[in-house]
Design a protein around this ligand. Sequence first.
Ligand SMILES: Cc1cc2nc3c(=O)[nH]c(=O)nc-3n(C[C@H](O)[C@H](O)[C@H](O)COP(=O)(O)OP(=O)(O)OC[C@H]3O[C@@H](n4cnc5c(N)ncnc54)[C@H](O)[C@@H]3O)c2cc1C
Length: 386
Amino acid sequence: MDFELSAEQRLVKETARAFTDNEIVDRARENDRNEHFDLELVAKLAEQGYLGAIVPRKYGGAELDYLTYGLIVEEIGRGDSAMRTVISVQTSLVCSAILRWGSEKQKQRYLPKLCSGEWLGCFGLTEPDTGSDAANQRTRARKTDAGWTINGSKMFISLGNHAKLALIFAQSDPDEGHRGLACFLVETDQPGFQPQEIHHKLGLRGSDTAAISLDDVEVPDDGLLGEVGDGFKVAMSALDSGRYSVAAGCVGICQGCVDASVRYSKERQQFGRPIASFQLVQAMIADMAVETEAARMLVWRAGFLKDAGKPNTTETSIAKLYATEAAVRCANTAIQVHGGSGYVDDHPVERYLRDVRVTTLYEGTSQIQQLIIGRALTGINALVPA
Ligand SMILES: Cc1cc2nc3c(=O)[nH]c(=O)nc-3n(C[C@H](O)[C@H](O)[C@H](O)COP(=O)(O)OP(=O)(O)OC[C@H]3O[C@@H](n4cnc5c(N)ncnc54)[C@H](O)[C@@H]3O)c2cc1C
């Protein structure tokens, strides 16, 4: 087992670290305060090649392996979860699905635009009445002579107000259950595609989140991604990549909590000495450091398995479950180390806590990850409908 990063991986990580410190960190607080989705910063992410890290060069990507992609996501996640969300959605949920399931024509049409940042993409799985039970899609796709007509609504869709391309999951025949599910590549300038901004979120205020209504949206036959009946598999394979990305971003938050707490505890004086010299403060920092390293190792293992082309759904769920929950704990502890100062946004730790809270909810809640892991261990699927 080799825990050493290659020279190239170290360089990519250091570059992403410098980019985060120079370009992201200062803007994150203002964007959070103003609920501003920073498209200028998104363009910079694209210039860096961070929107298509795992996409082959021939489609405009950087052709990096998963482990290296995870290193980038960790660094961006340390700076700003809103920007990390852009990378995770664009790269993992959208590009990876097109790469895996798309026709050559679809790959050539969409991947270069997505990698360059010319277009943003979004992933429309969740609906007002369909969350964890993702196979139970209420959105309907009806076959027509010209292609498909889609009707329904989607909820909590990241980047949904700015996306030019939406992956929309829909049921083509309710009697067929899973076999009727399909995924469509919907160009969002179609009449009937109507996104609406969702405001007043606990965190991720610098991230764009939409409710989308689809009223008689027309999609041509070649807008189908994979075949009818592949919809659930498309969603699950995209989530395998997306969960990895979320987990890597959470390692970044954990590391950010350690860094901020070490820095602050050495500066802050109480009882005539730095609070870092108190054993109970050191214990908090040590606990965060242990969780950070453990989360990072689980993410690296999942990345290693992906790069080796080995099954990794369970290991990815383990990484996602642990890293997200660890990041919530670390953000909470980091506020404790900062005392009252940690409760206002002069320091990044209160934003870390607000931003990280959603990671145990989206891309499968922690309970859903537990059921995926439990299914692998027991052979019993608790996720089947009653
Ligand atoms: C900011 C934000 C961004 C998002 N971005 C996207 C996006 O880009 N695309 C997208 O498609 N979705 C997105 N989502 C939606 C997200 O994936 C869902 O919120 C999530 O899947 C949970 O679904 P739900 O909210 O309907 O909760 P529910 O499924 O209603 O779950 C509620 C509670 O019940 C528990 N529960 C449900 N079923 C079970 C079970 N079988 N066993 C045990 N416990 C169970 C859950 O764990 C949870 O605790 C986003 C959400 C947010 C908040």
